[in-house]
Design a protein around this ligand. Sequence first.
Ligand code: MG
Length: 225
Amino acid sequence: MVRLPFRDGFYELRPSKIVALAKNYAEHAKEMESDVPEKPVFFLKPPSALIGPGEPIILPRMSRRVDHEVELAVIIGKRAKRVPAERAMDHILGYTVMLDITARDLQEEARKKGLPWAMSKGFDTFAPVGPRVVDRRELNIDDLEIGLKVNGQLRQLGRTSQMVFKVPELVEYISSVMTLEPGDIIATGTPAGIGPLRHGDRVEAWIEGIGKVEFDVLAEDSILC
Ligand code: MG
């Protein structure tokens, strides 16, 4: 569970699932040497991967390359089962920033072998969120700047208007497969500029209108006895 500031108090984020989009920005699909999909492609990240501001991203010893991906995270407010795009917004509570941390070497290996991504996307701390939840009625998400720096250096910069499939379509598509419960998160894909994280790095990620969130990066071996 992660607590984030929301309205006058806090919101306790306890998703039953985190649904994450693959290749939802054309420039990112290109850097992955892949085409933009004809329909949304999504996978699941476990809720156990969530961390909030003040907690470190841990680089697992099972991976030699762990990447950052900054994404707009949509938080579901009302149960959504087969919801048409026109009514999708009624089911959204608000938004936050999420990093879809990815063990890229394990993902590449899985891609080659046709295996699932669950492992490469699912390590503990691989879903950092923050700095707060913004009420959906207070933010138009059609065209917001989204970016990420590592140790002060710009790595990712895009606009939410570059999403291939927009949020209402995503809610319609995903909710036609699985019921979205209050608190569930849809991570809407990352713009171009993904890159590796190393022990000791400091990551800053932001979305216009939501704010900036920062995380330290530590190697697993540095924190275990
Ligand atoms: Mg992603």
